[in-house]
Design a protein around this ligand. Structure first.
Ligand SMILES: C[S@@+](CC[C@H](N)C(=O)[O-])C[C@H]1O[C@@H](n2cnc3c(N)ncnc32)[C@H](O)[C@@H]1O
Length: 257
């Protein structure tokens, strides 16, 4: 009860996030969809059936050999980001599959990328290191600060100032941010989903992001072993995704036909 009250106060201090409170409240009246959050075992079994290593995943998707790992290509940038994030006073979520994100951005020569979920900003850093060579390139990231924490100012701290010109960071929830970004950006080369991990959150956002992708664009979702949302979404599209493991978590990818 005390945590609930604390969280409510946290939201009241951030009135622009109040629609998220409404969404969380309404969720309580939909026990069926909330129960889908507990389908992790089934999701993990499904992921393991088609799991390949990351390099094989890249080859399957592109028919090409991947570039070098991003940490080898930009060791100074990552060493500096490591220093900044270690010194950060708040602890945030772990990194997405930065090598793969950089590789696919290079492969597509992407210029319009939307990602959900930033935390320290490792995935943002990977995309920005790729699009810095394309002046027209844009990354838009949507991230709601962690509920109950005061991490607002630290979101994206892994990204140095020198890479921020091509970056728009919206510190809001997916529900508010994603539709607004899609109206502005138009079609996308890459979508990376790494925010609301609930079944309901994913099943709301996945189709919106998928519809915004151009033909040949790449859809990536992190943590697909949390519940069966990614499996169900792929089944609804009749597409076999590429699945690989990164830092102990499963990542799913599909190219839009
Ligand atoms: C795992 S972290 C993202 C890590 C990041 N992609 C990286 O590679 O460093 C997940 C982030 O999603 C945010 N998040 C969770 N629920 C959200 C929601 N409904 N809308 C927007 N962001 C949300 C969390 O606050 C957190 O910052």
């Amino acid at each position: 009860m005390i945590t609930k009250l604390r969280n409510l106060v946290w939201f009241l201090k951030r009135p622009h996030l109040m629609p998220q409170v409404w969404y969380l409240f309404i969720r309580k009246f939909r026990p069926g969809i909330v129960a889908m959050d507990s389908t992790g075992d089934e999701a993990l079994r499904w992921c393991r059936q088609s799991e390949v290593d990351m390099v094989t995943a890249y080859r399957k998707l592109t028919n090409q050999e991947p570039p070098a790992p991003i940490l080898d290509l930009y060791s100074d940038v990552f060493a500096n980001a490591e220093k900044v994030t270690s010194a950060c006073v708040v602890r945030m979520g772990g990194a997405g599959a930065v090598d793969m994100l950089y590789w696919i951005s290079e492969y597509l020569q992407a210029t319009r990328i939307l990602e959900t979920g930033v935390a320290y900003g490792w995935s943002s850093l990977a995309f920005l290191l790729s699009i810095e060579h394309r002046p027209e390139g844009k990354l838009v990231s949507v991230d709601m600060p962690y509920v109950g924490m005061n991490n607002d100012e630290h979101i994206g701290c892994a990204v140095p100032d020198s890479l921020r010109a091509q970056w728009t960071l919206l510190k809001t929830s997916d529900r508010q941010g994603v539709p607004a970004v899609l109206r502005k950006l138009g079609t996308l080369d890459i979508c990376h989903y790494d925010s609301d991990k609930s079944y309901q959150g994913r099943m709301w956002a996945y189709p919106l992001l998928w519809n915004a992708l151009r033909s040949g664009g790449i859809f990536v979702s992190d943590d697909i072993g949390d519940n069966v949302a990614f499996r169900d979404f792929c089944a609804s599209l009749k597409i076999d995704p590429v699945v690989f493991k990164y830092n102990g978590k499963f990542v799913g990818m599909m190219t839009k036909p």
